[in-house]
Every structure is written in C-alpha cells, then in structure tokens.
Design a protein around this ligand. Structure first.
Ligand SMILES: C[S@@+](CC[C@H](N)C(=O)[O-])C[C@H]1O[C@@H](n2cnc3c(N)ncnc32)[C@H](O)[C@@H]1O
Length: 207
C-alpha cells in the first residue's frame, strides 16, 4: 500500500474525537509515563492526534503518521486551534515510514493501531521502526479467550468497526497480540503496564 492511499472509516474525524478520544484519556497518561521528557517521538496511526498533541507538553518534537486523510486534516485543525508548534501530522503508511521522514526518534508509538492492520502490514511496520526509532511503545488489546466476558466484549466492539477491521483484530489475537509481534520481530520487552485488564502498554527495545 503506497502513501498516496487513503483509509476511510465511518467514524473518522469528529465522531472519533467525540466518542472515542474521551474514553482513552488513561491510555495517553500511561503512554506518557513511559516517555522521558524532551524526547522525539513518532505516533503511528495517530487518528485525531489526541496523543500527539497531549505529548507536545513534554516532548521536543512529535510526528503523527496516519493513513486516513480525514483524520490528518482533523488533527491539523485541532493543532492550529491550540497553536501547537512542535507537532506535525503526515499522511502515509506505517509500512514505508522510513521513506517518509529523515528524522530519528527516541520512541515509535502504536496506540490501538496495530490490531487494525493486516498481519503482513504489522510485520513490515515493525521492520520499518527498526530503521527510525530507538525504542517502541505499543498500547493495544491483551489476548483474551473468545469465551470470556472481556473477549466477547472486545470482539463486539471490533466487529462494529467493520469487516476488514474485525478480520485484522482476529489475526492479531491469533498471533498472540503485542507479545507475539514483538517476539517475532526481535524486540525485548522492558516494561509492561496493564490497563483495565483489557489492554497493555509495552515498552521494548531491539535485542
Ligand atoms: C483505532 S485508531 C487509533 C487512533 C489513535 N492512535 C488512538 O489511540 O486513539 C487506529 C488508527 O490507525 C490508522 N492506521 C491503520 N493502519 C495504518 C497504517 N498502515 N499506517 C498508518 N496508520 C494506520 C487508522 O487509520 C486509524 O486512524
């Protein structure tokens, strides 16, 4: 998939900002707690830019990369409204990020974005991260049994996001989620924070 492509969801932009962003305040707080002051970070699959803009207070520079043009344009409008100058948003794909920027980052963050990528895209995205960042922070679903209450609840939420999205979520779970992906791509886990028994924030480095 090239950087010219656009990913559209029915909830992109304002809807995501009104309904999802308020529910992920704790996510932003947890991710921020894993990052040292004055770091340079890239937020991959940054959505409405809520995390990137939140991190602008403690980071030197933040780059938000996002595949949905509508999300990028929404994120830019909020950035301008708040007059934030150390955050930039870029339209493009995670799997060719090293060709989209010459910068090097202390952290590459994937907040709730990996589970919605295809299995091969996730792997390519992590390969790209090795070229541009020193460490990685992934915040995403914990793997749950399909028969557990949380498993059914999470599956229902992901089902509502659309057919492809749901298929990718299922493959993410099948491949052992965050930990399977990090292991397969040669990363060593440094810190884990479990959130609401549903999500984990994991900080990792190359082995
Ligand atoms: C569930 S949203 C998460 C948004 C935000 N990071 C958050 O924590 O709320 C996942 C985002 O990842 C983006 N995305 C999916 N695949 C991508 C890819 N290959 N490259 C860049 N962004 C991608 C989607 O367009 C979507 O906005």
């Amino acid at each position: 998939m090239g950087s010219h492509e656009d990913k559209k969801h029915w909830y992109d932009g304002k809807l995501y900002n009104y309904f999802i962003d308020p529910a992920t305040e704790e996510t932003r707080r947890i991710i921020s707690s894993l990052i040292e002051d004055n770091s340079n970070v890239i937020d991959i699959g940054c959505g409405t830019g809520s995390l990137a803009l939140f991190l602008s207070k403690k980071c030197n520079n933040v780059l938000g990369l996002e595949l949905s043009k509508k999300m990028v344009s929404y994120a830019n409008s909020i950035k301008q409204e708040r007059k934030i100058i150390n955050v930039h948003f870029l339209h493009g794909t995670a799997e060719n990020v090293s060709q989209l920027t010459n910068e090097r980052f202390d952290y590459a963050i994937f907040s709730l974005s990996l589970h919605e990528m295809k299995s091969e895209t996730r792997i390519k995205a992590l390969e790209e991260i090795k070229k541009i960042a020193n460490s990685i922070i992934i915040y995403d679903y914990l793997v749950k049994k399909n028969t557990s209450f949380k498993g059914v609840l999470n599956s229902t939420i992901e089902f509502l996001a659309g057919k492809d999205h749901f298929e990718n979520y299922k493959s993410f779970q099948k491949e052992n989620g965050i930990f399977g992906l990090l292991e397969k791509n040669g990363f060593m886990v440094e810190k884990i924070i479990i959130d609401k028994d549903t999500y984990a924030a994991v900080k990792a480095k190359l082995k």
